[in-house]
Design a binder for this molecule. Structure first.
Ligand SMILES: C[S@@+](CC[C@H](N)C(=O)[O-])C[C@H]1O[C@@H](n2cnc3c(N)ncnc32)[C@H](O)[C@@H]1O
Length: 184
């Protein structure tokens, strides 16, 4: 089964259960820095973060491999009159966006290390990057999801060492690593 089919099945189930995601709480906490402009939500899923950002006056481009998720987000954006352009995109193949375009790029719970250098190019000088996903915490090492899909401890700090880090957290029990940083 390919990634698109797998994620479409998950979203079909989730939409029936009405278990809809909330915006990421750490992204919400960064709201004082989020003053609008152009934002890109990569692997946006059902788009809770995109909708939150559109509510903060961002013009949001949202991409995901799941056409079910993208269709859901498009419909909701129209219904709520939000400035979100959602499209299907396989991030392992292409992201067609110009360099130095975005004031903010967000990635939550999607890890593709090859994408990070592209992301750095897409963000304008003084623009922001927010990312949160699982990491290999010492307390839960070896359990659950394969380590292949998890960050190394402090990996995002190393990756963005030449950016201004505004917030960084590793939550051991929840196995999540979060960074919010600004391009110099
Ligand atoms: C765990 S979900 C996270 C969704 C959302 N960012 C959130 O935090 O709620 C991972 C997302 O990555 C998407 N995805 C998986 N592989 C992808 C790919 N190759 N290109 C684009 N999106 C992909 C899935 O469809 C899914 O929406």
């Amino acid at each position: 089964m390919n990634d698109q089919t797998r994620w479409n099945m998950k979203y079909n189930e989730r939409l029936q259960d009405l278990k809809l995601p909330h915006p990421n709480p750490r992204l919400q906490n960064a709201a004082t820095y989020l003053t609008g402009g152009k934002a890109l939500d990569l692997a946006c899923g059902l788009g809770a973060n995109s909708m939150f950002l559109a509510g903060l006056n961002y013009q949001v481009e949202a991409v995901d491999i799941s056409d079910i998720a993208v269709h859901y987000l498009r419909e909701l954006a129209v219904k709520k009159n939000l400035n979100i352009h959602a499209r299907v995109c396989d991030l392992t193949r292409e992201i067609i966006c110009e360099k130095n375009t975005f004031d903010l790029v967000v990635i939550t719970y999607y890890l593709d290390r090859l994408l990070l250098s592209t992301v750095k190019d897409l963000i304008k000088a003084k623009g922001y990057f927010f990312m949160e996903t699982y990491y290999q915490s010492l307390s839960t090492d070896g359990q659950g999801m394969s380590n292949q899909y998890k960050l190394q401890p402090k990996e995002l700090l190393r990756e963005f060492a030449d950016w201004t880090v505004i917030y960084f957290e590793e939550h051991e029990a929840e196995e999540r690593q979060t960074i919010f940083c600004q391009k110099r």
